[in-house]
Design a protein around this ligand. Structure first.
Ligand code: UGA
Length: 474
């Protein structure tokens, strides 16, 4: 058992804290938002994340405690994970002021109780060489250098499957420049790397395509920091690449689904993260590609490829609007049903959501919007991203579709694949579906009576069914 503090109770911090407790550690999770801490102590789960409520309920008050004080938490812990925000600043660089502020407080805690060696671990995504900056701030604030080390342990979890990703990782990366520090990090992850966690009865269910025990990769601190940025930038590049291929498919009448299948069968390429759509969004890829671009520039390398990745991503929105315009001609005054507001399915997160950005563009064009999302509507309403009353939030997909000129699919929610399409079509004024996520098969949608427009695949019109009179009918 290791005494662990996690500073920051956002997506990464809270999931990490709950999972560390699940691995048997004593955890204190800290946030400077007193209301959030109070809500967590009351047993509420602030984010929509599968298995998180179960883990919080299992460990709250036992191995998992909450606190508003960085100092208290740091003083009582052997490993202090920093999981605070690193938002983009104006020029795209990551703003590290929260990381710095927290480091200062941790240093003061260590200076006031210099009885034990501790490690300070960056969990937030940070530019390469941040560990050196953290080390320096700690030193300047009185932490004796023989009593601490700074490490990087980037997190690769995806929202929507965060708990499973944490407990069944493809790899665990720990980056540090001292053996003592690496040894403590190894101990923290041991239940996953020696497989003992997977022997327990009450574990979080194992997903299909993972190998256990988990693989651990130990690197230098700088390499670990770079692994995170380079991984996210590479995945974003994969998405922009397939979106560009989809544009070519549209011009020549090819099917990007078939192209993806053929490309992805090459194990060197792989099918995952090759789904075309309306562009990547969320709190990570847009910010991280920009930040990595800025990091490279700082280091004197002109990583122009990343500019292209961002440009293609931005263009996806306009390309989608063009599809809507092609289908409906004049946008002004059209009523549109929007399915999905979250930046991807399985989450209520709308940060940098392409769906939200597209709705904003359509509102500017003078469309009226009725939207439905299985989880993200409360956050959307509270966020003020749309002018007041501009969007009607419907109670389900059919209510959103009522009298609409077309239905737009903007988030890849699994729920949408189980819709009653007869009912959806009957609710619409015109049976037109413009699918920004390629959730359905064109042929099937045509047979269901929709004109169906998707990304990188030929448009299909509604199959005309000739009504055959029932026997005996007149
Ligand atoms: C991403 C990474 O996948 C995680 O490994 C990483 O830990 C996380 O960022 C982070 O840095 O914290 P996340 O932002 O939760 O995770 O979401 P993804 O599943 O990666 O999706 C990002 C965006 O790309 C979404 O808008 C999604 O719809 C889009 N996407 C994804 C596509 O358009 N096509 C794809 O094939 C895959």
């Amino acid at each position: 058992m290791v005494r662990v503090a996690v500073i920051g109770s956002g997506y990464v911090g809270l999931v990490a804290a709950a999972c560390f407790a699940e691995l048997g550690h004593e955890v204190i999770c800290v946030d400077n938002d007193a209301r959030k801490i109070a809500a967590l102590e009351r047993g509420e789960t602030p984010i929509h994340e599968k298995f998180l409520p179960e883990l919080l309920a299992r460990h709250r008050g036992h191995r998992l405690r909450f606190s508003g004080s960085v100092r208290d938490a740091a003083r009582d812990s052997q490993a202090i994970f920093i999981a605070v925000g690193t938002p983009p600043s104006e020029n795209g660089e990551a703003d590290l002021s929260y990381v710095e502020a927290v480091s200062r407080e941790i240093a003061q805690a260590i200076a006031s109780s210099p009885n034990e060696y501790r490690i300070v671990v960056e969990k937030s995504t940070v530019p390469v060489d941040t560990s050196r900056g953290v080390h320096r701030v700690m030193e300047l604030n009185g932490a004796p250098t023989h009593l601490f080390d700074v490490a990087s342990n980037p997190e690769f979890l995806r929202e929507g499957s965060a708990v499973t990703d944490f407990l069944y990782p493809d790899r665990i990366v720990i980056g540090a420049d001292s053996e003592r520090c690496i040894a403590l990090l190894k101990k923290i992850y041991e239940p996953l790397t020696d497989g003992s966690y997977y022997q327990n009865k009450n574990i979080i269910p194992e997903p299909d395509d993972v190998q256990t025990p988990a693989r651990l990769i130990a690197t230098s601190a700088k390499s670990a920091e770079l692994i995170k940025h380079a991984s996210n930038a590479f995945l974003a590049m994969k998405i922009s690449f397939i979106n560009a291929v989809a544009a070519v498919c549209e011009s020549v009448g090819a099917d990007v689904g078939q192209v993806r299948e053929g490309m992805g069968a090459d194990v060197r390429i792989g099918k995952r993260f090759l789904n075309p759509g309306i562009g990547y969004g969320g709190s990570c890829f847009p910010k991280d590609v920009k930040a990595f671009r800025a990091v490279a520039e700082h280091c004197g390398y002109d990583f122009g490829m990343l500019d292209e990745v961002m440009k293609i991503n931005d263009e996806q929105r306009q390309r989608f609007i063009k599809k809507v315009r092609n289908a409906l001609w004049i946008l002004k005054g059209k009523r549109l049903a929007v399915l999905g507001l979250a930046f991807k399915g399985g989450t209520d997160d709308i940060r940098d959501s392409q769906a939200i950005a597209i709705v904003q563009l359509l509102l500017k064009e003078g469309c009226s919007i009725a939207a439905f999302d299985p989880a993200a509507m409360p956050k959307t309403q509270a966020s003020g991203v749309f002018p007041e009353e501009a969007v009607f939030f419907a109670e389900n997909a059919y209510a959103a579709a009522r009298d609409a000129d077309a239905v737009l699919v903007l988030t890849d929610w699994e729920e949408f694949t189980a819709l009653d399409f007869e009912r959806l079509r009957a609710a619409l004024k015109h049976p037109i579906m413009i699918d920004g996520r390629n959730l359905f098969q064109p042929q099937t949608m045509s047979e269901l009576g929709f004109t169906y427009i998707s990304i990188g695949r030929p448009e299909v019109s509604a199959k005309k069914t000739v009504a055959v009179p029932a026997p005996g009918a007149d």
